[in-house]
Design a protein around this ligand. Structure first.
Ligand code: ASP
Length: 301
């Protein structure tokens, strides 16, 4: 029986292992995506996702997450949610139990409370320390740049857990979860909870999930694009590379600079791959043919 699970970054390896075991035993792809994301959301060492995520400029942890069912293309997404450590599960509840695709901020929090999710303090000693340190660095930069703080996230970075799963029934799902860019402005939303940009999946073809600077990723709707490339016959690896390269080149041509962009792709036959426009991108994946492994990616540019 063919199955696969792939997720961005090496911090997702434990979630991938657990989800792989689950799917191999007949678990469903939508559950596997939620399970893998929760592993990372619960881990304070993954400091750009869920509990322990680096706060925004004002010291609040605002989370974005989304999940998509490749069977009927249903979507659930939440944006700017505070006080809940598993936004992926709230997103899934939006998918199954709300008449809408996306809920934001207070509306998403009230929806979570109504549906029995428990409030949690997401700040940790470590994330407070990082925030205070980043504030200090920003004050210095702002003095030098006359108040310009365009590249706040360069100080403490950003990452997303983005997942695509194929189960033994041939059904696929994808999802993302992130606290977004460190030291982002209050209310800022990146690509991660935006369908087509941060994630996409269709059982008939495959799925994709992205990580990197959302402000650039969303300009190319990279995940929808990668899935369309797989539909045209490209393998997941080829689709990932081509999608990253095309979008990178286009943005570079227009602006002379591009933020980090990385993507993972999987098709409905158990093949998967990943690509990035920068050094250091890794993803974790497993399938009926491969044990859970962390893959290092060479930049396509
Ligand atoms: N894409 C995320 C965002 O822009 C951050 C990341 O994945 O690095 O919010």
């Amino acid at each position: 029986m063919t199955w696969s699970i792939i997720a961005t970054w090496n911090f997702s390896i434990d979630g991938v292992k657990a989800a792989a075991e689950f799917v191999a035993k007949g678990g469903k792809s939508l559950d596997a995506v939620e399970m893998a994301a929760k592993y990372v959301e619960d881990d304070p060492a993954a400091d750009t996702i869920g509990y322990g995520g680096i706060p925004n400029l004002e010291g609040e942890v605002e989370l974005d997450a989304a999940i998509m069912n490749g069977e009927d293309l249903s979507i659930g997404a939440v944006m700017g949610v505070k006080g809940y450590k598993n936004p992926i599960s709230i997103a899934r509840k939006v998918l199954t139990d709300s008449p809408h695709n996306i809920l934001i901020g207070q509306g998403a929090e009230e929806f979570a409370a109504r549906n029995g999710f428990e409030k949690t303090i997401l700040l940790t000693d470590e994330s407070i320390r990082k925030w205070l340190d980043a504030k200090k660095q920003l004050a210095e930069i702002s003095k030098e740049n006359k108040g310009c703080n365009k590249a706040n996230h360069d100080i403490y970075g950003h990452d997303t857990v983005g997942i695509v799963a194929l189960d033994t029934f041939g059904k696929m799902a994808s999802g993302t979860s992130t606290s977004g860019l460190a030291m982002k402005h209050k209310g800022r939303v990146g690509d991660s909870p935006l369908v087509g940009s941060g994630f996409y999946v269709d059982n008939y073809i495959g799925g994709a999930a992205a990580t990197g600077v959302g402000e650039d990723i969303m300009k190319g709707c990279i995940c929808f694009y990668a899935v369309q490339l797989m539909k045209e016959g490209y393998s997941p690896q080829e689709a990932a590379e081509l999608a990253v390269k095309k979008i990178h080149d286009r943005l570079f041509e227009k602006n002379g600079k591009v933020g980090n962009i990385a993507i993972v792709c999987a098709d409905n036959k158990g093949n998967f791959g990943g690509a990035a426009n920068h050094e250091g991108f890794e993803y974790a994946a497993a399938s009926d043919k491969t044990l859970p492994t962390i893959y290092k990616v060479k930049p396509v540019i």
